[in-house]
Ligand binder design. Structure first.
Ligand code: AMP
Length: 285
């Protein structure tokens, strides 16, 4: 395996030049934005992009504006050489790895905020997070105009926020959602799983199991309020120290559902803290 074949660009000008050459030969462009520390989930999105476009760009940018004070911006795992090799093996054609100064030159003062869909759940638990995400994604998409952009359902609310901003701002890109890649016990793959201790790792799988049990109960017609309460109880009993939310919401738009049974397409979403790791997951109901 060699990463020598994966070109890396760090400026908008170089990115545009590469993409212009592809376009001149009639090839479409797919895009997978990431923060690096790549795993099979990210690579599955690269493969999905490749199925939908002749060429694929992945970006690695640990975006400071989507981290809150006291969050893990400084310690977020970074290993560009390893990531580049993985991207090449998944069929990626170009890595865009801009610097913070490239993305946010001095005086940058424009922020994209998406009302409504970005306000509950992680929006409430992590103030400012989705404004950081919406701003950086808008910039990345505007910098060179990919035809297709792929995001993971693992971050379901983020996917909804991005679909909304692309629609509201008339960005000429098709947004695709990719299914969540999981470990054998159901734990959603995440760069942050590296923070889990050996003792915490088996407990972490309980997040997905609790959601699977809850989704099944909802499908069987049980009331939303009771199902949410049961799932939280199960997570506390398993050893999660804090539960930010376990909520059943509309699959599109994320309106609150319940307290009775669900009667329309729904998603159950959860965030909980185990030791120093914050885990999120979600399932279709
Ligand atoms: P991140 O590097 O964590 O910002 O994630 C970059 C992209 O990968 C986002 O669209 C995530 O939703 C997606 N992603 C992260 N984890 C997974 C996973 N386990 N399965 C599928 N997609 C994922």
């Amino acid at each position: 395996m060699s990463d020598a074949s994966l070109p890396i660009v760090r400026t908008v000008a170089d990115l545009r030049a590469r993409v212009a050459a592809w376009r001149a030969s009639g090839q479409g462009v797919g895009f997978v934005p990431t923060m690096g520390a790549l795993h099979e989930g990210h690579l599955s999105l690269v493969r999905l992009a490749k199925q939908n476009a002749g060429r694929v760009v992945a970006s690695i940018f640990v975006n400071p504006t989507q981290f809150g004070p006291g969050e893990d911006f400084d310690t977020y795992p970074r290993d560009e050489a390893r990531d580049a090799a993985l991207l090449a093996s998944a069929g990626c054609d170009l890595l865009y790895a801009p610097t913070v100064a490239q993305m946010y030159p001095p005086g940058a003062s424009t922020t994209v905020t998406v009302a409504g869909v970005s306000e509950p759940l992680d929006g409430a638990a992590r103030p400012g997070h989705f404004a950081g995400v919406a701003t950086v994604v808008t910039k990345l998409l505007s910098q060179y105009g990919p035809d297709v952009a792929v995001f993971g359902e693992k971050d379901y609310q983020q996917l909804q926020v991005i679909r909304r901003l692309v629609r509201d701002l008339d960005l000429p890109v098709a947004v695709l959602g990719g299914p969540t890649a999981r470990d054998e016990d159901g734990l959603a793959l995440s760069s942050r799983n590296a923070y889990l201790t050996a003792q915490e790792r088996p407990v972490a799988g309980e997040l997905n199991r609790a959601l699977a049990v809850a989704a099944e109960a909802l499908r069987a017609g049980q009331a939303v309020a009771a199902v949410e309460t049961d799932a939280k109880q199960r997570l506390r009993a398993a050893g999660f120290q804090r539960i930010d939310y376990v909520e059943v919401r509309a699959a599109e738009g994320l309106a609150r559902l319940g307290p009775g049974p669900v009667t329309s397409p729904a998603r159950i979403l959860a965030a909980a803290i185990l030791g120093k790791t914050r885990l999120i997951d979600n399932l279709a109901v």
